[in-house]
Ligand binder design. Structure first.
Ligand code: PLP
Length: 460
């Protein structure tokens, strides 16, 4: 929407309301859960600050009251009698959590699943191993580590800090955004693999996001892993930080060597706990970067004791699973509903603002990118952060904003006409009002920022 015509906006708004009433594709009831589920949701998320439209589940996740209670019980047991707890319930409890994860992700063996603090830690586990590969001369200087241009900032830093410093050449697969189809992603990835293999290059590790963070795009990991296998990439590591509880994941189907996901983002665990899956052939060679008593007994054991600390979050996987079972259809139904609703909300916002979604609905999970009107004048990452802060402080809306330069020469920006996108999330506690408040906040800022002459939006 280069031209922010206020009459278009008004029409868009009206239309959004009308279609809502008519029950068209943009229509989402404020909540179609049955009364019991609505009551349950209110009770379980009563601790959320009132009046805040929290449409950013993606960044930090959420933890319901029943799981918080369970965590407090575990922490209390430790304090009651640490010796007894250490020699029994702690290890049994972690094993129980790992068993549940192994079943959900369809791992072949529970030994393939370790629990760590978060995805950042899991990345350190895998990348440290790559660094050792260089130090022990299994890899040669200039061997390649491949990652997506969309890789999470902290993960990029880890790849540079561990592998780059040890001698790896790091190649980024440029990816298009906005993006309409898997083929666009697959083609770009294939080109990056070709680049890595030029002049006899060896790709030692490919790091692939499953649901990227910013912009949020559901990546066709299975196809990308297959390309890696065909092209002789040594190992594949999938960063599925946003995956478990959000999209379906099946380790045997995806066929990566390593896969990690946070359980505190979309699986209702408290902060912080993540799993790291290592295919059976690898788990004996890989170590936790924090070395303690269990060193050499396999990654699951090493990770289950990294010194004295609070392990209560890792013990909450059973109660998080119990929580999901209180909803008809469990986690699968929650996932499906979140996806459908976030897409509907994204379409409603794009229509009201005269913009568009950043991906086709198939490339969205429970998060979707919605373009913001250009007349908001977002010209840098700092402008995007300033808008996010303003939305929090003035409108009580929590939503991350993504800025992408409109560089006409950049292949990956092909066809892009919007500079900024909001990443909206949907989780079970969200209501229609959360999104309407965001819609109105942006319309207010558009009206404030621009005057309209002959249909063209000008800065005031
Ligand atoms: C794609 C991706 N990778 C890694 C991380 C890091 O997760 P954590 O901060 O829980 O370690 C995030 C966090 O949002 C992410 O989105």
């Amino acid at each position: 929407m280069e031209n922010c015509d206020s009459s278009d906006i008004a029409d868009g708004l009206e239309e959004a309301y009308v279609v809502e009433e008519q029950g068209s594709k943009n229509s989402v009831e404020s909540d179609d859960s049955n009364g019991d589920e609505m009551g349950l949701i209110r009770k379980e998320f009563e601790h959320h600050e009132k009046g805040v439209s929290r449409i950013n589940n993606g960044s930090f996740g959420t933890c319901p009251a029943s799981v918080m209670d369970s965590q407090a019980k575990w922490a209390g047991l430790w304090l009651q009698q640490p010796d007894k707890f250490y020699f029994g319930p702690l290890q049994d409890g972690i094993l129980q959590s790992r068993r549940i994860v192994a079943q959900i992700i369809n791992a072949e063996q529970v030994e393939e699943v370790s629990l760590v603090d978060n995805v950042t830690t899991a990345v350190a586990v895998v990348l440290q191993e790559v660094a050792w590969g260089f130090m022990e001369k299994k890899f040669q200087k200039g061997d390649v580590v491949l990652m997506l241009h969309y890789a999470y900032g902290a993960v990029k830093k880890a790849i540079n800090a561990y592998a780059g410093r040890a001698g790896a050449r790091i190649i980024e697969a440029e990816l298009p955004f906005p993006v309409g189809s898997n083929d666009d992603i697959i083609d770009s990835f294939r080109a990056a693999v070709d680049k890595g293999k030029q002049n006899g290059g060896r790709i030692r590790l490919a790091v692939i996001d499953h649901v990227s963070s910013m912009p949020s795009v559901l990546i066709p990991v299975k196809e990308l892993v297959r390309i890696c296998r065909e092209e002789g990439v040594d190992q594949v590591f999938v960063d599925g930080a946003h995956a478990i509880g959000n999209i379906e994941i099946d380790m045997q189907d995806i066929d990566a060597d390593f896969y990690t996901s946070n359980l505190h983002k979309w699986f209702f665990c408290p902060p912080s706990v993540a799993f790291l899956y290592c295919r059976h052939s690898f788990h004996s060679n890989i170590h936790h970067p924090i070395v303690s008593h269990e060193f050499g007994k396999g990654l699951p054991a090493e990770s289950a004791w990294v010194g004295t600390r609070d392990y209560s979050a890792q013990l909450c996987v059973p109660s998080a699973l119990e929580f999901t079972k209180k909803f008809q259809g469990g986690i699968e139904a929650i996932r499906r509903k979140n996806h459908e609703r976030v897409v509907a909300m994204g379409e409603m916002l794009a229509e009201a603002w005269g913009t568009q979604l950043g991906t086709s609905p198939e490339l969205a999970s429970a998060m979707v990118m919605v373009a913001l009107p250009n007349c908001l004048e977002i010209h840098s990452a700092q402008d995007a952060l300033d808008l996010r802060t303003r939305l929090r402080k003035e409108f009580a809306v929590e939503v991350p904003i993504y800025y992408r330069a409109l560089d006409k020469d950049l292949q990956s920006n092909r066809g892009a006409s919007f500079r900024a996108y909001a990443r909206i999330s949907h989780q079970i506690y969200n209501t229609l009002d959360d999104y309407l408040k965001f819609r109105d906040a942006i319309l207010h800022l558009v009206a404030e920022a621009s005057k309209v002459e002959e249909g063209v939006c000008l800065k005031k």
